[in-house]
Design a protein around this ligand. Sequence first.
Ligand SMILES: C[S@@+](CC[C@H](N)C(=O)[O-])C[C@H]1O[C@@H](n2cnc3c(N)ncnc32)[C@H](O)[C@@H]1O
Length: 265
Amino acid sequence: MAPPAPPAKRPVGTVTRGTTNPNRLRRMDRWIADAHGAALRRATAPVAVDLGYGAAPWTAVELLQRLRTAAPAVSVVGIEIEPARVAAAKPYEREGLAFRHGGFEVPLPEPPLLIRAANVLRQYDEAEVAAVWARLCARLAPGGLLVEGTCDEIGRRHVWVALGPSGPRTVTFATRLGSLERPSDLAERLPKALIHRNVPGEPVHAFLRDFDRAWAAAAPYASLGARQRWITSVRGLAGDWPVVDGPRRWRQGEVTVDWSALAPG
Ligand SMILES: C[S@@+](CC[C@H](N)C(=O)[O-])C[C@H]1O[C@@H](n2cnc3c(N)ncnc32)[C@H](O)[C@@H]1O
C-alpha cells in the first residue's frame, strides 16, 4: 500500500480583507517596469509574483500586461492565502498568468525575479514587517526585487519600499499631482514599516516636513501646473535628502529616496 500523503502545509500569513480595484496599482506597475525591466529582460524565463492580489485578479492581470511591455518573456503568478479567491481567479489563467494558493513562503519551484506585495502588510502588525521582508527577500532569485507598499482605493496616492535580496534599498512616493494639496498628504499611505513612525523625531516625519516646505517654496510654479511645482519641490528637497531618481520620474509625480535616510530611528 502506498504511504499516506504528507499533510498539506499551511501557507504562512493571515487572510485579510480582499479589497482591490482595476488599475489601482498602475503607478507601481510602471515604476517596476522601468526600474526592473532590464533585469527581467536579461533573464531567460523570468517569473514575477503578485502576492496577495485580493478578491479579484485585476492587479495580477495588469502586472502581466505592463511588465510585458518591458520584458516580453515574463510570466506572472498571483499568490493568495484565501482559497476562495484563488478559485475565483483561476478562470482568468492564460499563457503567462497563473494563480496559486499560498502565503509568504511563496510556493514556487523556482525563485521569482520579482515579488510585489501591495496593500498586504498594511493589515499586519508593524512588529511583523521585518521578518516578512526577510522571508520574502530570501525567496528572491539573484538580482531580484521585492516591492512592498500601500495605496488608496483608486491608486492616486502610493508609497512603496523596494528591497533587494539583502534588504531595503529605496522608498518611492507616487501621486496623481492634480489631487495633491501638499506632499504630506501621502503620509496616510506610508507602508507599514513607516506609517507609525510619522512622528516628530523620526526621519520620515522630517522628510515629509521638508517636502511640504519645499512645496510651499515652489508655490509660484503652481501657475505652470502641479507638475512643475512638484519637479521644483523635489529639486529643492534633493539638496538635503538622498533623492536617487531624476526629472524623468519626477514628471510622473514620483520621487524615490534612499531607504537609509528614512529608516526608523
Ligand atoms: C487588501 S487586499 C490587496 C489586493 C491587491 N494587492 C491590491 O492592492 O489591490 C490584501 C490581500 O492580501 C492577502 N494576503 C494577506 N496575507 C497574505 C499572505 N501572507 N500571502 C498571500 N496573500 C495574503 C489577503 O487575503 C487579501 O486578499
